[in-house]
Design a protein around this ligand. Structure first.
Ligand code: NAP
Length: 353
């Protein structure tokens, strides 16, 4: 039996960069009502407005201001059906399984369980059918609830574009260079003296994630797990002096390359999400927007397209070494984090609960 609306949810890591996005996006969400907020011990017991260093242009919603912060333990969020996790990975690794065991559905931004074969990395507009592995997760682990994850914030928009092109032309090799916003590092994140007027050509652990997670997301459900897609990815990850919105430049080799850029643009513009993910409250509209101007997309101008859920592509053109190259921008704390996790939860509610 489906839970009645609104569905009670908790936000873990509610004071952080992603946590704040959750609070803003869950304000007036048609299905979800926040009943618990979790922070680190130093803030437990404080009111949310007192503890948070609020970074968003919209005000803190009234319902959140006076909510008391709770500690990261399962009983703190009793009563929640879904837990949105924006915890550091080491904390998530400890807490998330305990919640799943108690029947809570955890929609996590943390990387802790992404590599587990029975834990999907969901992008509903790409691989909604991957929720099928949750049956194996329940069976193997004996959980009443479960864990679903979203990818690292660089892979999400990139993988939406790759999905449309893979379906049409078959991917073989993907070479990407990321230019990642500072909000991707959390708060306070990268020191201003390191990043202002600068590019830092290293983000710990990121390249390995970008080289692996798109292959899982574009893989096939098989024997209760996910068989990785058989293309290869090479990634260079860079931190740049941008607040929000990751920009990735990509070159692709394909099995049946498009005859020209227009054919590739048409594949992306006509891309349709799986039927079960098409009409949820957070379904991006459009899923992919292809800009024709020579100097777009740009993070500052394009990351908030479609309320931050749309993948924005541009500069689609032939690649003289391989077949095709293009630029993609997506909002790291919305499509790449809080907005993506909420879309995952909507998919779970519509299919599983
Ligand atoms: P952040 O700004 O550093 O926030 C971390 C949050 O976790 C804060 O609310 C913090 O609470 C809480 N926390 C820290 N230690 C804790 C503990 N021991 N117990 C309970 N809560 C604890 O980080 P973020 O950027 O929001 O990232 C959160 C997670 O999402 C990370 O796993 C990150 O890798 C992932 N992610 C981030 C992005 C992005 O664009 N930023 C995108 C995708 C995924 P206090 O304020 O009380 O310290």
């Amino acid at each position: 039996m489906k839970p009645s609306l609104p569905i009670p949810v908790a936000v873990l890591g509610a004071t952080g960069t992603v946590g704040q996005r959750f609070i803003a996006l869950l304000d007036k969400h048609p299905w979800f009502k926040v009943v618990a907020l979790v922070s680190s011990e130093k803030n437990v017991g404080k009111h949310y407005a007192e503890a948070v260093h609020w970074l968003l242009p919209s005000p803190i919603p009234d319902w959140a201001r006076e909510m008391g912060l709770k500690s990261a333990e399962p009983k703190a969020i009793d009563g929640a059906v879904i837990a949105f996790s924006a915890l550091p990975s080491d904390v998530a690794r400890e807490l998330e399984p305990k919640l799943a065991e108690r029947g809570i559905w955890v929609c996590s931004n943390a990387s802790a369980f992404r590599r587990e074969p029975d834990v999907p990395i969901l992008l509903p507009e790409v691989n909604a059918e991957h929720i099928a592995v949750l049956d194996e997760q329940k069976r193997r682990r004996g959980w009443q609830g479960g864990i679903v994850t979203n990818s690292n914030c660089t892979s999400s928009g990139l993988t939406v574009a790759l999905k449309a092109l893979d379906e049409a032309f078959g991917l073989q090799k993907v070479f990407v260079v990321s230019m990642q916003a500072v909000s991707g590092a959390g708060y306070p994140g990268v020191a201003s003296l390191d990043i202002l007027g600068n590019v830092v050509p290293y983000i710990g652990g990121e390249e390995a994630k970008v080289e692996w997670e798109p292959r899982k997301m574009l893989g096939k459900v098989e024997d209760g797990g996910i068989r990785l897609a058989d293309f290869v990815v090479s990634a260079h990850a860079n931190r740049v002096s941008v607040v929000d919105g990751h920009l990735v430049v990509a070159s692709l080799a394909m099995r049946n390359p498009p005859k020209n850029a227009e054919e590739a643009i048409a594949a992306m513009e006509n891309y349709m999400p799986p039927v079960i993910a098409r009409h949820l409250p957070s379904t991006p509209s459009p899923v992919i927007l292809v800009r024709r101007e020579p100097d777009r997309p740009q993070p500052r101008l394009d990351a908030t397209t479609g309320d931050g859920m749309t993948t924005v592509v541009g500069r689609v053109r032939p690649d003289p070494i391989w077949d095709l190259k293009f630029v993609v921008v997506s909002h790291n704390t919305i499509r790449g984090a809080a907005g993506g996790a909420i879309y995952n939860a909507e998919l779970l509610v519509s299919q599983m609960l």
